[in-house]
Design a protein around this ligand. Structure first.
Ligand code: CLF
Ligand code: SF4
Length: 464
């Protein structure tokens, strides 16, 4: 029997504890840095929110999966344009969001260009936020080219979390991803450009790790170009102290006008992404939502349109106390221990609209959360996107084949509700549907369901 409780996600008085976002242990001092960061801790993303302020417009390179008319695709969904802000407008927005969202724990800069190419705007923004709302964590993401020039400023602004997008350690692969870079007043192309980029990324990574900054590495998985190579990238970044590795599937919709889109470079399937994630060493982020450069809210529920500049009040009230109370509540909330008997591995899909619960109607789901249950307990595997089954109150049968494709290898779907038609169609395809755990917390529900399954099978076995 394996016994899992909320304490498994927390540090103990001595030694290390398990991380929910990977297979490695997390020492207590590190846990304090990630426990309320929704990207660095899978558990935290159910309860804590991040917001991005889009203050960094310029970029110093070209990635073949990016159309520069839109936001930086290294930490954002391609094809999205964010409302650009001055540092003062960014502060006004952060105060407004914080006043309405006690879950807010992190403010990040992730574009719309490169945070460190537009370093003046970025650090001016961080300084204003650090002074006005000192309890919020600061976070940035960068392509890494300018990173070595800004290590001291990152430390001086107490930025504890930095993401570098590293897609290659072999410049010959880099040359297929980056046509040019702009470095120290000069434009470089081809192999030379990727050699410079690689050295700058590694130099920046090592310097941040030496200073105690937690570094997340994002890698865009590009089938046929770097998908196999990412195993080597993983080994190298791990060797150099990266805290967690996040693989983003390439988005190459031709409508976004990117080079890879026009060249019809395929997007990786969810199964290929999960297989790559499973073969990586170290901590792996599986809950990334490829959010916008002005994203606001819990991961996966973007509220950015509620906080556009035209909707902001001139001055928002101080909200420090509400955030403090919310954090205390989260610290003291205790989950009952989960008991997982040994048994065969089961893969299930959850319909959830957030909060770590089974709380969504099957017909409204735009994605499944995939979990595995077995000897290792309840483990989050990733998201698989699907088209809405329910369109304006009617079932959309033409979406069913795509939905079934996304359910490859899945035994059971858990939803808050489901209509009789899709339930029948899923059953015909060999996928069971369970609505017995509507509104319940996912790990508790899955643990209970798994135990019942095991008991039923045992009984059945005894009768035989
Ligand atoms: Fe933003 Fe990135 Fe900081 Fe998170 S996002 S700068 S580390 S606060 Fe998070 Fe969004 Fe994925 Fe980025 S889900 S795209 S990993
Ligand atoms: Fe686009 Fe970001 Fe690459 Fe610059 S670094 S080209 S903004 S994806």
């Amino acid at each position: 029997m394996n016994v899992i409780s909320l304490a498994d996600f927390m540090p103990q008085k001595s030694g290390c504890k398990a991380s929910n976002c990977g297979e490695e242990k997390i020492p207590p001092a590190l846990w304090d840095k990630i426990k309320d960061h929704p990207c660095y801790s899978e558990e935290a993303h159910h309860h804590f929110a991040r917001m991005h302020v889009a203050v960094a417009p310029g970029c110093n390179m070209q990635c073949n999966y990016c159309n520069r008319k839109f936001d930086c695709a290294n930490e954002s969904r391609p094809g999205v344009t964010s409302e650009k802000l001055t540092p003062e407008q960014a502060l006004q927005k952060v105060k407004a969001v914080a006043a309405q969202m006690p879950q807010l724990s992190v403010v990040g800069i992730a574009g719309p260009g490169d945070t460190l190419f537009s370093w003046r705007q970025s650090f001016a923004t961080f300084a204003l936020i650090r002074e006005a709302l000192p309890d919020l964590k600061l976070c940035l993401s960068t392509n890494g080219l300018a990173l070595p020039d800004h290590i001291d400023k990152i430390i001086a602004h107490k930025i504890d979390h930095v993401t570098i997008t590293i897609n290659m350690i072999d410049p010959s692969i880099g040359a297929q991803i980056y046509p040019w870079i702009y470095h120290e007043g000069k434009r470089y192309q081809g192999l030379e450009a990727s050699e410079i980029l690689h050295h700058r990324q590694m130099e920046g990574l090592k310097a941040l790790v030496n200073k105690g900054v937690l570094v997340k590495v994002n890698s865009v998985m590009i089938p046929g170009i770097n998908d196999q190579h990412l195993l080597q990238v993983n080994a190298e970044i791990k060797k150099n102290g990266a805290f967690i590795h996040n693989i983003l599937p390439l988005i190459s919709d031709p409508a976004h006008g990117t080079f890879f889109g026009q060249e019809k470079i395929p997007e990786p399937s969810p199964m290929a992404l999960e297989a790559l994630q499973a073969s990586l060493n170290g901590r792996v982020m599986r809950h990334c939502r490829q959010c916008r450069a002005d994203a606001i809210g819990l991961l996966g529920e973007d509220k950015s349109q509620d906080f556009t500049l035209d909707k902001l009040a001139a001055e928002a009230p101080d909200s420090t106390r509400q955030r403090k109370l919310y954090r205390q509540l989260m610290e003291t909330e205790k989950a009952s221990p989960l008991v997982i008997p040994s048994g065969p591995l089961q893969r299930v899909a959850i319909c959830s609209q957030g909060g770590g619960r089974i709380n969504q109607h099957f017909g409204h789901a735009k994605e499944f959360k995939i979990y595995e249950i077995g000897d290792q307990g309840v483990k989050f595997i990733g998201h698989r996107k699907i088209p809405n089954y329910c369109q304006g109150g009617f079932g959309e049968d033409e979406h069913l084949p795509t939905i079934l494709e996304a359910l490859a290898g899945i035994d059971t779907v858990f939803a808050a509700k489901i209509g009789s038609c899709p339930k029948r169609e899923l059953a015909q395809a060999g996928v069971a549907v369970n609505t017995d755990y509507a509104l319940e917390e996912i790990p508790t529900a899955l643990s209970d369901w798994y135990q019942n399954q095991q008991q039923k099978e045992k009984k059945h076995g005894t009768c035989d």
